[in-house]
Design a protein. Structure first.
Length: 458
């Protein structure tokens, strides 16, 4: 995921004062420049990829700075705050746990970790009997890779260690996760990549027009890969970059093929779970399949850093006591946040809200695509996640500058996105907290339309 660079020169922008947005200063705010300068001085350059607004507090669908500005958030802070930003119930659960007096417990047993592991399994289909709680999404990806490979060796010997993943996929930035990613530029640093990790096209119907499962088989054959050399297949349930889903029949054929060849099917649900795609709690449920392992992160707690691998008992139980652990596994504060966030998603019916309000969002975005068909090559998504793939007029080449201009324009009008993502940075990704109302969606759509029109008129 790459972001464009944002200008730090404060610019006069029209004042905004609506129900969901308030902009009353130059953007970036002149008083915020010393903070932005400090970040640029003391953090790696790689950390400068997001719009230069200094977050002070956030609540529900709103992000505030210290200078009276308020943004309607369509980022969920990179798809984390599913139950909304700064939920009082989550704050109270974290405080209660902290005041109770247990801030850390490593792998020593704790009641709160037991509650979360049980809850994650109970949310899952019967095939998923175990949950291993970790800290980051990349850590969960690495663990899933290790479990698939360990299983492959046990059923097929040292030859059955290959992993198949997809072009343009993103699974994290650590060594294994990055190699399973599908953007060659992001793994140049590795140089001696593992030849047993191979990619095939993701059947999104836009970047890859060929969406039949035969194409998968053909590409395997073309790369000289046979099932007896493969231990696992990993795919994001929807590809994060463009919010693209594979066809249902494709995923069902993939499921059958994995069954037939004793191959572990992993769905990376780090963006897709916890109601994000509407209608279902987990994104893979849209395909009518059950993966062998899923990875969870981001929206699991709507706040604190926590992730998990959930799946088949025989896969998760492959390592003996003490040999598959992590220092911060099931940190009590993170567990408290996750349990409360899951409760909120359930009691406030946020999965169905994401389905219902998501339909309005998806329809409005399709209308935008229709009105701007020259520069919107595709618009994929489900529920409350979508990606507008911005292209050079009349072509399919990503237009990262135009996507950046659209996002920049929205920021100046009080609608918050993270920097354009995906293939060439040409996608405007839309992912509001699941508590968003139809009214707020429609207000945001109006802003997005204005910004597209202005970016094109530039
Ligand atoms: C689909 C997916 N998998 C894995 C990751 C890695 O998660 P983390 O950044 O928590 O390591 C991300 C992060 O963006 C992601 O979107």
């Amino acid at each position: 995921m790459s972001g464009g660079s944002f200008n730090l020169v404060p610019k006069n922008v029209p004042k905004v004062d609506s129900k969901y947005r308030k902009i009353g200063t130059k953007i970036p705010v002149p008083e915020s420049i010393p903070i932005l300068d400090e970040l640029r001085k003391y953090e790696p350059v790689s950390m400068t990829g997001q719009p230069p607004i200094v977050w002070d507090r956030a609540e529900g669908v709103s992000v505030f700075d210290k200078w009276g500005n308020k943004w309607l958030d369509w980022s969920s802070g990179v798809l984390v705050t599913n139950a909304g930003h700064g939920r009082r119930e989550i704050v109270e659960a974290i405080c209660e746990q902290a005041q109770h007096g247990l801030l850390h417990n490593y792998c020593f047993p704790s009641e709160i970790r037991a509650r979360l592991a049980k809850r994650l399994v109970e949310l899952s289909p019967p095939e998923h009997e175990k949950a291993f709680i970790l800290t980051t999404g990349s850590e969960a990806t690495e663990c899933a890779l290790k479990l698939a490979r360990t299983h492959g060796r046990s059923v097929g010997g040292d030859r059955k260690i290959g992993m198949i993943s997809f072009s343009n996929a993103f699974h994290g930035r650590t060594l294994g996760a990055q190699q399973m990613g599908g953007s060659p530029a992001l793994k140049e640093w590795i140089v001696n990549t593992d030849p047993s990790i191979v990619q095939v096209d993701f059947p999104d119907g836009f970047r890859c027009k060929e969406t039949s499962f035969d194409h998968f088989l053909g590409q395997m054959e073309g790369q000289g890969v046979t099932p007896d050399g493969i231990c696992g297949v990993i795919t994001e349930t929807f590809q994060g970059g463009g919010a693209s889903f594979a066809p249902v029949e494709y995923m069902q054929s993939l499921r059958n093929w994995c069954n037939d060849n004793n191959i572990v099917l992993i769905c990376d649900e780090i963006q897709a779970a916890f109601g994000r795609t509407g209608t279902h709690f987990f994104g893979y449920q849209h395909y009518g399949i059950v993966p062998d392992l899923i990875t969870l992160g981001k929206g699991i707690s709507s706040s604190m850093p926590i992730s998990a691998v959930v799946g088949r008992k025989d896969l998760l139980d492959q390592y003996p006591p003490g040999s598959m652990t992590s220092t911060h596994t099931g940190n009590p504060l993170c567990c408290a946040a996750a349990l409360t966030s899951i409760d909120l998603i359930e009691t406030e019916h946020l999965v169905s809200n994401a389905g219902r309000v998501g339909e309005v969002l998806q329809t409005e975005l399709q209308n935008i695509m229709h009105d701007y068909k020259d520069i919107v090559g595709a618009c994929h998504g489900k529920g409350l996640v979508a990606g507008l793939q911005v292209v050079e007029a009349g072509t399919e080449s990503p237009d990262s500058q135009l996507a950046l201009d659209v996002v920049q324009g929205c920021i100046e009008k009080g609608l918050l996105f993270f920097a354009p993502v995906g293939f060439g940075g040409g996608t405007v990704k839309i992912a509001p907290p699941l508590v968003i109302t139809e009214e707020a969606v429609l207000e945001g759509i109006g802003v997005l339309r204005e910004s597209i029109a202005e970016a094109l008129a530039k």
